[in-house]
Design a protein. Sequence first.
Length: 332
Amino acid sequence: MTKKRKHCSYCGAPLGIKDEGDTPRDFCKNCNVYYYDNPLPVACNIVMKDREVLLVKRQNNPFKGLWCLPMGFAESGESIEFAALRELEEETGIHGEILDLVDVKSGHSETYGDLLFLTFETEWTDGVLMAGDDASAVNFFPFDNMPDMAFKSNINAIKKFISSKQEYWTILDSFSRSVGEKGPIHKKGDFLSDNLISLIEKNAEIITKRWLEDVTTRKSTPSYAKFDPETAFARNKDVIMQFGDWLGDSYTNKDMKKFYRKLGRDRKNEGFSLSEVLSALSLNRKYIWEFALSQEMWNKPIDVYMALELERRMMLFFDRAAYYIATGYEKE
């Protein structure tokens, strides 16, 4: 329990109580001095490594044996940022750099009274990790498997930090998968743009209808104006559905090669020129893209990334399809 002051720190006389405005405060009438009780500032660090957070195990009471962020009281004459980095070095042996303020929360301790927890995102820049000062152990923990924590303010700050990074991590994961850093294959749902693909598949008929209206009136695709519209509609809807299947890894490159080479041979035998077929194929990209944009995808950075990722994956699919169609013509 916090001890209440009884005597003036200047003259040693017993203190009384006097109102300052509407607030009763300790007061020394000899010195004519009010005493103020302010919350003690506590500087805390969130240090990350591979999406795990650095924690220290408390060696002393209060809360001996529980875990907390590297943290401690700020001293007079130092900035709160300096205090955070000093405590980090004293408790973990590492040096850091403050990146951002994550959270500010009030708290209370039976030992120290009112506290003010200021939590920073801190980057590990140097030093060797080891337990020091008031810590009996130091370790990194994944966010979904945290040990028993000493302070609720630490838990809240970590949750707030995770929330602030969620979109960034989601984009990063999706990009890593797209360039093969998360393994050679993926399942449907791994990419951000897979959410759009599901939407596109459900609306394949709407997209194909727009495609058909365009392809049958274009000067670059005159044969489609004379072709049976129901057949053309069904064929193009299959192309859109294959696009979704390919992105979900249920349609392999081998399947794609076989299908589009045959498509090239068939269209040549039906009297379509290669330029017409490739022009018709490219219109799919246009109407898939326009449909995706119509879903109001530009509200947040994550939406913009999703759209750009979709465009990149469309380009890969339809460029391959165009190549296989051309080889089908050549073989025929």
